[in-house]
Design a protein around this ligand. Sequence first.
Ligand SMILES: [Zn+2]
Length: 99
Amino acid sequence: MNIQCPNCETIFDLPEQVSSNKKYKCSVCNHIWIEKTYEHKALSPNGSEKSDLNKIIILNITIFLLVIIVFVFFRNYLEDIDSNWKSLYLFFDMLIPIQ
Ligand SMILES: [Zn+2]
């Protein structure tokens, strides 16, 4: 683990530190500073971001499927409301020849 003095920019090669926010004193310029280790902190937000993204994707797929189901089940009802729906359904019938 390399620690750099923020004052004189000397790099010290230290054994691996487990604890974060450790206090260091530079042997060259006697500057004292607190080193913050971001390694553990940087990993956890990335992991939560990934799971959030997965949740959003799953939610979008669910909403998309629900909309499709609504459009299929309420076909007769929607066709009665507007003739535009009818032409829309006819278009999809051409794409997927079920009947
Ligand atoms: Zn220094």
